[in-house]
Write a protein that binds this ligand. Structure first.
Ligand SMILES: Cc1cc2nc3c(=O)[nH]c(=O)nc-3n(C[C@H](O)[C@H](O)[C@H](O)COP(=O)(O)OP(=O)(O)OC[C@H]3O[C@@H](n4cnc5c(N)ncnc54)[C@H](O)[C@@H]3O)c2cc1C
Length: 397
């Protein structure tokens, strides 16, 4: 069999017709118009209000989202499954914070777990803790954890102010319900990583759930952002405790500017690495560490970085594991880095894609971030576009 190559565009885009490729090219080209990025979100909302939802649905929404509901994602799930790629149904609604919204989001995520149950096309579920938990309470709990070096989740409530206690209990209940339901349904579940000032509480919730549900196998996976300079030692210390089977999704981290701005404004040490090289170094060290500790750790290498993805495959070989090892997988977002996902899957590696879904209007913030990431303004101009153009040219012969 030929070597793994991420430049193989015929494998990367085999699932796309000529018409679909041209449409994707037009979309990625449009991200290079700053005016569209600035006014796009407002224009999108206006378009929905004017009854032009269909236009958005058939363009940017179709590229990056599976549908408005779980049922509408069926086509995306089946399409990815044809190439051996799994789906992770990601309910991407970013709404207001209220108990009613948290309950509703929790109910929706329970539905994604049930959709994944017994279904090898949907190998993971996922949730954001702030979708089911008050951010204010998570921030307050995180401060308490840091200040008192708390490692037992049960001890937090006593330290919280009265007005936070009920919200804390409700949030813990929903968080645990999701992990318990996933483990009982034998569905692996990712807890997404968020801002550093919420993360001590999220880490403690996820670690407690791992201790509870991961005794024989990793069902609950916490996410580690390797753009933080403390995460590699955090990972190594957790695994050294040896209290359960550990599950980690490794990412670089999505909130760098926000993190740096808050640290500078509030005058505390920036939690982010000094530069990209340091982030890459720790990311790759974490990939290597997790695969070296394969007997204790299941890992999802969640990245659009070609070198880190390649490193994952090399570590598998070095450890004498097969490409389709059950405890090592790779993940990208729908509509992005198909050259990584489809080429890895073609060589037998376990790959899945986040498939965001939700009402068009509610996923506009998510779509805006994807557009910005793929724009010239973000400095990443053209990788997706260049690959699409290469494939169009190849097909024309
Ligand atoms: C499947 C999947 C799940 C994800 N889940 C989460 C999640 O739960 N939480 C989360 O926060 N993000 C998540 N992300 C986003 C992720 O954190 C990255 O923002 C994104 O994937 C880009 O990083 P990369 O490894 O793909 O690629 P690269 O292009 O190699 O890396 C870009 C990243 O490097 C880091 N970086 C860039 N410049 C610097 C600098 N000057 N100094 C230090 N670091 C720098 C930043 O993290 C930046 O996002 C997820 C991504 C994927 C694909």
């Amino acid at each position: 069999m030929s070597e793994l190559s991420f430049q193989n565009t015929s494998v990367a885009f085999a699932h796309k017709s000529n018409g679909e490729l041209s449409k994707a090219r037009m979309l990625f080209k449009s991200f290079n118009f700053p005016i569209l990025l600035t006014y796009g979100p407002t224009m999108a909302k206006l378009a929905v209000a004017l009854g032009l939802k269909f236009t958005i649905k058939k363009t940017i929404f179709e590229q990056f989202c599976g549908g408005e509901t779980i049922e509408e994602c069926d086509q995306a799930i089946a399409g990815l499954a044809k190439s051996g790629i799994g789906t992770i149904l990601d309910y991407s609604v970013e709404g207001e914070e209220s108990e009613a919204t948290f309950d509703q989001t929790c109910a929706e995520i329970l539905k994604t777990i049930q959709r994944a149950k017994g279904n090898s096309d949907i190998p993971f579920s996922v949730f954001k803790t702030t979708g089911v938990f008050s951010s204010d309470v998570l921030t307050a709990a995180s401060e308490i954890i840091e200040k008192n070096q708390i490692v037992d989740i049960e001890l937090i409530e006593n330290h919280l102010m009265e007005s936070h206690k009920q919200d804390w209990r409700n949030g813990c209940h929903r968080f645990n319900q999701l992990c318990e339901n996933a483990a009982n349904s034998e569905v692996q579940i990712f807890v997404d990583a968020e801002e550093s000032w919420l993360q001590p509480a999220i880490d403690l919730l996820a670690t407690s759930a791992m201790h509870k549900y991961n005794q024989t196998r990793a069902w609950v996976f916490n996410t580690l952002q390797m753009y933080r300079h403390d995460r590699l030692s955090y990972l190594q210390n957790q695994v050294a405790e040896g209290r359960c089977q550990y599950g980690y999704k490794l990412v670089r981290g999505a909130y760098m500017e926000k993190e740096r701005a808050r640290a500078s404004k509030m005058g505390y040490q920036d939690p982010i690495q000094p530069n990209k090289e340091a982030t890459d170094r720790d990311y790759n060290a974490a990939v290597t560490f997790c695969i070296e500790h394969h007997n204790q750790v299941a890992v999802c290498i969640a990245t659009h970085n070609e070198q880190s993805s390649l490193l994952g495959t090399q570590c598998l070989t070095a450890k004498g594991l097969t490409s389709n090892d059950q405890k090592v997988s790779f993940s990208q977002l729908l509509g992005m880095s198909d050259h990584i996902s489809f080429n890895l899957s073609h060589k037998g590696y376990k790959v899945s894609k986040y498939v965001p879904y939700g009402p068009v209007l509610s996923v506009i913030p998510y779509l805006t971030r994807r557009a910005q990431e793929n724009s010239g303004m973000a400095g990443q101009m053209g990788r997706e576009l260049a690959l699409i153009e290469a494939e169009i040219k190849r097909r024309k012969g």
